[in-house]
Write a protein of this length. Sequence first.
Length: 109
Amino acid sequence: MARQIRIYRESIELVRISREAVEALPGGHAYLADQLKRASSSVVLNFAEGFGRRTLKERRRFFDIATGSAHEVMAALDVGEALGIIEPATRDRGVDKASHIAAMLRRFR
């Protein structure tokens, strides 16, 4: 079951960190909030879907998508920090978590 795998649990934590960043965004940045929410959710959802697939080829495809989404989270956090609307500490926590998840996904793959 995917929920018992560390990658899944770490990905849920990334969703929480992303939510904190989104909740702190000032108005007028809905595009970034939406992107961050979708990308962080995509990590855990694609991992879970891949975990449930039967063939190695299918699993790898979903794990690759999850890895790409983790990188997208990092980029969105970087954009938010560059715009001065995401605190550096929040950005650092999110980037560290997403980077760690991407590395775990590459090994798990």
